[in-house]
Write a protein that binds this ligand. Structure first.
Ligand code: ADP
Length: 216
């Protein structure tokens, strides 16, 4: 029986550089399973969660194409905090199931050295810890808060206040670092990020024990 490729949970605050890091891991041959992308697909036109969302909230939260109308949903959740919990009650189990399916599919392929499971709210949700068997290691992308703010403003056109608002609803750097097995310091250049990912790539291939030419 082949050893299953390890699953590395990848997380970090908004703008810390998770997507940039995931891209470099993918270039090294890792399979990326991205819970944000899954959530997006699930709530897109005729997405897998949309029937349940429509039943729970009615057509007021649907776009004409049948996707989740995020602005309408935000408004509803603002007026009725229980609505947010109801939406999460639909989405979170579905995201966990779909990400587990994608991880298992990647692990069934013997040439996959390891899987990167990107979970922006890994620390906040508590559902993707080593303790419950979803991930073998946790890798945290970390940078100074001011760097996060400037990168998100540069990427999205959000104001400083809007970025601060999002960050205040997320775990702190310290809370993330406590659960980290590996930390990528993304205060520097993209070249510095790539160099750190290259070191971790070798480490993760070594845990995967024989699934790659680089394994010992
Ligand atoms: P996250 O996925 O954690 O929200 P991203 O990977 O999208 O963050 O990075 C946020 C922005 O900062 C992106 O525009 C990205 O290209 C840029 N970025 C990430 N890391 C660096 C870096 N080391 N140097 C310069 N820009 C970076």
């Amino acid at each position: 029986m082949a050893v299953l490729a390890p699953v590395i949970g990848l997380t970090g605050g908004i703008g810390s550089g998770k997507s940039a890091v995931a891209e470099v891991f993918a270039a090294h041959g890792a399979v990326i399973v991205d819970t944000d992308a899954i959530a997006h697909t699930m709530t897109g036109p005729s997405g897998a969660a949309m029937a349940a969302v429509a039943t729970a909230f009615g057509s007021a939260v649907l776009t004409p194409a049948g996707a989740l109308d995020r602005a309408a949903m935000r408004e509803l959740a603002f007026a009725d905090p229980a609505a947010r919990a109801r939406l999460e009650g639909i989405l979170h189990p579905a995201i966990r199931a779909e990400s587990a399916r994608q991880v298992a599919q990647a692990q069934a392929d013997p040439v996959v050295p390891y899987v990167i499971l990107a979970v922006p709210l890994l620390v906040e949700s508590g559902a993707y810890t080593r303790g419950n068997g979803r991930v073998d290691r946790v890798c945290v992308v970390d940078c100074a808060e001011e760097t996060q703010i400037l990168r998100v403003m540069g990427r999205s056109g959000l104001s400083r206040e809007q970025v601060l608002g999002i960050m205040s609803a997320q775990a702190t750097r310290a809370q993330r670092l406590v659960v980290a097995d590996d930390v990528i310091d993304n205060n520097g250049t993209l070249a510095a990020l790539q160099a750190q990912v290259a070191v971790l790539d070798l480490r993760y291939r070594r845990i995967s024990g024989g699934n790659s030419p680089n394994a010992e």
